[in-house]
Each structure stands twice: as C-alpha cells, then as structure tokens.
Design a binder for this molecule. Sequence first.
Ligand code: ZN
Length: 270
Amino acid sequence: MQKLIITVAPTGSVPKKKNTPHVPITPEEIIETGIRCEAAGASIIHVHVRNLADESPSTDYGLFESVTNGLKSETNLIIQISTGGRAGMAYKDRRERLKLKPEMASLTTGSVNFPNQVYANSPELIRNLARDMQANGIKPEIEIFDVSMINNALTLVEEGLVTPPLHFDFVMGLKGAIPATIENLVHLAQSIPADSTWSIAGIGAAQLPMNTHAILMGGHSRVGLEDCIYYRRGELANNERLVKRIVNLSRELGREIASPDEAREILKLS
Ligand code: ZN
C-alpha cells in the first residue's frame, strides 16, 4: 500500500477563537501551525485565511500571499489553497489567489446545501477555476460532497480542463452532503478512475472513523479544526494532536507515513 498522505486543514471558515483558542487565524499562527504539523507527520496543508478584525473568512490576496510565502520558507509542506466560497462566492473573488501558484488548490465540482447557505458552484465557475489551475500548473484537489460530483469531474477530464491522475477529497458527514458511512465510502472509492488517489474529510465526529477506514482501504487522510474542533467528546483538539493521532493509528495498522516529497511522488505533482 502507498504511504499515507496526511493533509491538515487547520483553520477553515467556521471556528473562531471563542469556539476554540487553538484555531490559527493570523498568517503567523497558520505558518506556526504548519511547522508543527509538518514535524508531526503532515505533508499537505489546506489553507483558508481570515480577516484579522473579526476572524471572518477572507478573500484577501495579501493574506494568502503572506501565508504562502511563510509556509514556503519555513516548511516543505505541499500548499493547497482553498477556492471555497464562504468568504465570497463570486469567481473573481475565488480565482485571484491561484496566481500564487500553490502546488494544489481545492476544486468543488458541484453545488451543495450547507446547513444555512447554498454553496454554489455553477458549471461555468467550475470550468473557469479548472482552467485557471491548469494555466498555473496547479493540481486540483477535487472536493466531492456527493456522488454526482465525481461525474462532473470526469466531464472536466473529457473537456481537457483537468489532467489525470485525479486526486479526490471525499467530504463526508456534513449536513446536506453524503452521510459518513462505510457503505457510502466504498461506493465513492469504487466510482473514481482506478489511477486516482483520494482522501477523506470526515466532518465532526466522522473525522476519526472515516480516516481510520481510509488508512485501511489505501486512501489518504485529512484532519484539522476545519472539520472538527474536538479530539473526543467534550475535549478540544489542536491541529498537531489530530495529525499525531493519525500517524500513530496508521503505524499501528502497519502503514507508514509519506513525507512531503513522497506525497509529491504519489500525487504526481510536477
Ligand atoms: Zn476548506
């Protein structure tokens, strides 16, 4: 089995300091978290940024630039910038950060109902973002919230906008998205092209069990406060501890952890 690639998603768009003091908000905090999580065993960092005044999700290019530059100089992590829409749904707000040419960026290939908001990704917007990623040499992390989004991704391949081998991230257990069950996971893993790689973002209490399935099935893991702020019921987590837990579990189960450079090889990053 391939070595396990661990992605850390330390910040996301939702948790604030009042929810957990461990969520990194400022560029300095995000960079420091990246350094600690790399030492713990992560090889990819999934980046969101926040407005400093009120911790709300931000589209600010300067913030993305500070985080990217800091992570590049302080770590060997693969930087994966989110193009998610919570900070601003418009294409112009979501594309600018791709000029930073991170090695990866998230690309959600369909729309989904978040609990209080439509996460809108029109066919046109998806194509535009895919084209921008291709132009900047960025590998998409194809974020799937439901089975149909796999087919949408395969259409992008047919249209020449995304080049295989594909990397998918299955977002499971979010209200409005595919439920986090092992049956659903098996179906998703069997529905993608055989040469693809995949990871799981299990939301809330689904994070640990779904990542455990991924370790055993040959997939890859994503952990972090973006997906769940708890280590276990009633006990707040920090990002580094969540990474360490997956490292320990994976080694106990006989699967070694990929370094960032080994992850680059597995993901065929150029
Ligand atoms: Zn994200």
